[in-house]
Design a protein. Structure first.
Length: 466
């Protein structure tokens, strides 16, 4: 990743040499300019507008990055790891000197939808402005009114990035923005044929910035597609902070092909459903954002996701034989004994788990993800189901970091990935060792009070429960 970014810098330097005139044309073509800094809020501020803005802030999950754990709302300070160093989310309370109290509506619009600061320099795309470019005027005006006139101002200085020169220079970011940020334009979510799908597309592609985690990124770190219309890579899954943000398309084995719309709604509302339970960065998304969204909007998101075509044609062929062998005490398969001793008490020898309590591991897209990062992370770190308003109970999975070595974890995960109907490549001990190092570094930082979030806002989970 680091090397990729350096090459990017070299590429950007080359671009710079092309000359400002040329670049300006590129900007006009690719949509990196526009938005009048002086623009004033064109609507009357009233309680209804502010209430709407509060909902927009929730759907956009501004808290994920701009509210530090235990810190004041929107006062910033959350550290976000990027391949070149740490970027800190800023104070977006209406404080005049340390926050955005001096922002006009135009300044706010340019920062949120275009990644441009009032001084004309560019924001790091750790701020998901390529997704927010699609937020409509109505929502953005309400969001501004909410933050400006209702969030308490907090004096809190922004922390400078830990990125060393020359990577710390912001001008290459401007070229990145010109090349990769989409044009801000009037609503393209046509409501003609299927208004529910349009609403869902809007929420997923803009405010929800689901693609920031769930869409793979190119060498130059932009998402390979920002909408379904952009290309087939959209929401096909990516690794964030050592967890796989799964394929959300119609694929049966790796995606949401076997989930109904109501399964998706239940997951986003409560953090679990009959098949799965949320963990890693998704726990935070549910806890801070989706659990508070109205049922109609969650239904729209689910409806939209279910319209995304599969990119693989695999199917599950469930095999009862693996469960029967385990139940009969046959542990001849590699990893089977480790599974019986450590996992079966909760996930059962049938791999079926207990609905809405201990997720099923049989026929499970999380288990079948091409990259085993999530599986390794959850076994090393353990997990606690998110606490949501409707389901406050938090069932936990213990950490196995001290109990199983790299070989044993690789064996038990390879067993999971090749039994009951699952069929994904085996896991090698080296892959476990790599993630173990990262998990140890994060746990040490966490204990030292330096809480970091992943590159797309995934808050580091506290050290695993023992
Ligand atoms: C995934 C993390 C993330 C999310 C989600 C996020 N931001 Fe940001 N935001 C950042 C980071 C990081 C910066 C600072 C980037 C930099 O220094 O270049 C930033 C900068 C900003 C700025 C520029 C502030 C300044 O000091 O000049 C504004 C305004 C802003 N964000 C508003 C929002 C709003 C409103 C939302 C919700 C709709 C939001 N952000 C959601 C990470 C995030
Ligand atoms: C901060 C990164 C992040 C963001 C933003 C994010 N997700 Fe996730 N998501 C994850 C991770 C990591 C997982 C895997 C862990 C899990 O299954 O809970 C996941 C899993 C899921 C799953 C379960 C998939 C399965 O097969 O079990 C669904 C559904 C989902 N996300 C939907 C969404 C939607 C819809 C959005 C936007 C509103 C979204 N996610 C935004 C990180 C993210
Ligand atoms: C004490 C009960 C318990 C034990 C023992 C246990 N787990 Fe879990 N497991 C859970 C719970 C609870 C969750 C849901 C965690 C969450 O969502 O935060 C879970 C989640 C998972 C998931 C994610 C599934 C999904 O779709 O959300 C995997 C994979 C997993 N466990 C594998 C294992 C393996 C492998 C072992 C043995 C090494 C194991 N578990 C042992 C309780 C347990």
């Amino acid at each position: 990743m680091k090397r990729g970014f350096l090459l990017t810098l070299v590429g950007m330097t080359a671009l710079a040499a092309v000359g400002t005139g040329c670049a300006y044309t590129a900007a006009a073509l690719f949509g990196g300019i526009g938005g009048a800094p002086q623009a004033a809020l064109a609507v009357a501020v009233n309680p209804a507008l502010i209430k709407h803005g509060q909902y927009v802030a929730t759907a956009g999950d501004c808290d994920a990055c701009h509210t530090a754990p235990g810190g004041d709302r929107f006062a910033g300070g959350v550290a976000i790891a990027t391949p070149v160093g740490t970027v800190y989310a800023t104070n977006i309370t209406p404080d005049d000197t340390t926050g955005i109290g001096h922002y006009s509506y135009g300044d706010f619009e340019r920062a949120v939808r275009r990644g441009i600061r009032p001084d004309g320099s560019s924001l790091y795309p750790a701020m998901p402005f390529p997704s927010y470019a699609r937020i409509n005027d109505e929502d953005l005006q309400a969001l501004f009114a909410y933050i400006r006139f209702s969030v308490p101002a907090v004096e809190h200085l922004d922390r400078p990035t830990s990125i060393a020169w020359p990577m710390s220079a912001r001008w290459p970011l401007t070229y990145w923005r010109w090349l990769f940020a989409p044009q801000v334009r009037a609503n393209t979510f046509s409501a003609v044929n299927d208004p529910l799908r349009s609403r869902g597309a809007y929420l997923v592609e803009s405010l929800g910035h689901c693609g920031a985690c769930h869409t793979p990124r190119a060498f130059t770190l932009q998402e390979k597609a920002l909408t379904d219309a952009d290309g087939p890579a959209y929401l096909t899954g990516a690794v964030v902070d050592n967890y796989v943000a799964n394929d959300l398309r119609g694929d049966v084995v790796t995606g949401l092909g076997s989930w109904s719309e109501s399964d998706i709604v239940t997951f986003l509302q409560t953090g679990r459903n009959a098949q799965a339970a949320a963990f890693g960065g998704m726990s935070d998304v549910i806890q801070h954002s989706t659990q508070y969204m109205v049922a109609d909007d969650l239904g729209a998101i689910a409806h939209y996701l279910k319209t995304l075509s599969a990119h693989r044609s695999d199917q599950f062929i469930h095999s009862a034989a693996s469960g029967a062998a385990l139940a009969a005490g046959d542990v001849s398969a590699r990893g089977a004994l480790d599974y019986l001793n450590n996992c079966a008490a909760c996930h059962l020898s049938s791999g079926r788990g207990y609905s809405s309590t201990f997720p099923a591991l049989a026929d499970n897209p999380v288990v079948n993800a091409p990259d085993p990062a999530s599986l390794i992370s959850i076994v090393l770190r353990g997990a606690a189901e998110p606490a949501t308003g409707s389901v406050p109970t938090r069932f936990t999975m213990p950490s196995f970091a001290d109990r199983l070595d790299d070989q044993e974890i690789a064996d038990v995960l390879s067993f999971l990935r090749s039994h009951w109907g699952n069929h994904a490549p085996g896991v090698v001990p080296g892959a476990v060792a790599k993630i173990r190092v990262m998990v140890n570094i994060q746990a040490t930082a966490y204990r030292a009070g330096d809480v970091e979030v992943g590159s797309a806002g995934a808050r580091a989970t506290p050290p695993a429960t023992r």
